[in-house]
Design a protein around this ligand. Structure first.
Ligand code: PMT
Length: 398
């Protein structure tokens, strides 16, 4: 999606086996449009060579404070001039200690000290090194100094032990850096989102459901979290990964989704109903598998509660956003739903554009009329919707 287009990043690599993941991270940054300059410490260069980063970034990689390629001998300043961020991944225990104490005895630590841009670090070390009070003190100090600390993760380590200290995977770090550059338009807001289909059981193996993949709702959850909101996602049965930083509640049926939303709703400022909730459920689901018979079968279905309508009708409702998927007369039906449920904003999408796919074409309907968005990947559409909600709710932008 070229989300990092035009961004200048310095990628610092210190000594740790996770340095191999930094090569993949460099590739993801470059593929997404960023200009990347790699700076390796002496021990970092023992794990992965500068030539690897030079080949992946298309730029010289640096290790030495006294590198003669820099005509004015000011590598420690010149390399971060115009940088949008320095990202150190992996950041070893030793390097974190240096940063916390302002030491600058090699090129990377000097660049970090002389910088005029945000510093992001991804710690990676053995679990005992991570748990050591000295490391914990250093990390606390760095956070107080405004350094952004991503991870570490818990799991199996190269040394054979299991615990905290693994560096986050390259894809996760990439996602975090993209999120870091998004405007924080919903900072401090609490957002509740429903996503995916619901499944209404008929017997233990069959039921009524629909083709919603959850992609649109999950993209909105990610976009809201990137915008600084604290996000709770109530998800029907889908196979989507949870966006980083989002708190997820899994449900199956409309009744479960209804109960989960009602438990959370008092604590939210914005409610977005993206789920394709089944309007009906079998009146009498049976415990045993229904046996096939050679005659037509009748199933009685009864209506499910309308979650969005109930939230919007609360005495002090959150800012409510509905979705409407139609296969024709989109504006007429979507605006009808907006009026009926008394919603400030409805997002209309054609079923044939939005259901199941990776992109969507939506129209935003509010009191001021219709705002059509161009067809785009769901994450891009989600960011535009979040921008519109931020504007409508008067959220402070940064
Ligand atoms: O999941 P994807 O594959 O990415 O597809 C996304 C989507 C097409 C499902 C999504 O963009 C979308 O349009 N969702 C709403 C589908 C719809 O038309 O719902 P509806 O007309 O039944 O309901 C209108 C609104 O009321 C929706 O916000 C819905 O979440 C809400 N609703 C509906 C019924 C119900 N019982 N409770 C509800 O909260």
């Amino acid at each position: 999606m070229a989300e990092l287009n035009g961004k200048n990043l310095v990628l610092g690599v210190t000594g740790g086996i996770a340095a191999y993941k930094a090569a993949e991270l460099a590739r993801l940054f470059v593929k997404d449009g960023a200009k990347v300059v790699a700076v390796l410490t002496e021990s970092g260069a023992r794990f992965v060579t500068p030539a690897t980063f030079q080949a992946l970034t298309g730029n010289p990689a640096w290790t030495d404070l006294w590198d003669a390629r820099m005509p004015d001998n000011m590598a420690h300043i010149d390399l971060t001039r115009g940088a949008d961020a320095i990202m150190v991944a992996p950041a070893s225990a030793d390097f974190l200690a240096k940063l916390a104490h302002g030491l600058a005895d090699d090129l990377l630590s000097t660049l970090c000290l002389a910088r005029d841009c945000p510093l992001i670090v991804a710690p990676a070390m053995n679990r005992q090194m991570w748990e050591n009070p000295a490391t914990q003190r250093n990390v606390k100090r760095l956070v107080e100094d405004g350094v952004i600390v991503l991870g570490p993760d818990s799991g199996e380590q190269a040394c054979g032990e299991t615990g905290m200290g693994r560096m986050l995977e390259a894809a996760g770090l990439f996602e975090e850096v993209v999120a870091f550059f998004q405007p924080k338009r919903l900072a401090g807001r609490r957002v509740l989102i429903t996503a995916g289909p619901t499944f209404e059981a008929l017997d233990p193996v069959r039921g009524l459901t629909n083709l919603s993949s959850g992609k649109m709702g999950f993209a909105l959850a990610r976009a809201a979290a990137e915008a600084g909101a604290s996000v709770t996602l109530v998800a029907g049965p889908v196979a989507q990964p949870t966006p980083r930083g989002v708190s997820r509640i899994d449900v199956v049926s409309a009744l479960e989704m209804h109960a989960a939303v009602m438990r959370q709703v008092a604590d939210c400022d914005i409610f977005i109903g993206v789920a394709a909730v089944a309007d009906y459920r079998p009146a009498r689901p049976v415990a045993d598998k229904i046996k096939k018979e050679d005659k037509p079968m009748e199933i009685t279905i009864e209506p499910n509660p309308d979650i969005l309508a109930e939230v919007a009708a609360r005495p002090q409702p959150p800012f409510c956003v509905g979705f409407a998927a139609e296969n024709r007369d989109l504006e007429k039906y979507a605006e009808g739903k907006r009026q009926k449920k008394k919603l400030p904003l409805v997002i209309g999408n054609l079923v044939q554009d939005g259901l199941g796919g990776d992109s969507n074409t939506v129209a935003l309907l509010d009191d001021r009329g219709r705002h059509q968005l161009a067809p785009a990947p769901k994450l891009e559409v989600a960011r535009a919707i979040i921008g519109h909600i931020a504007q409508m709710t008067g959220a402070r932008g940064k």
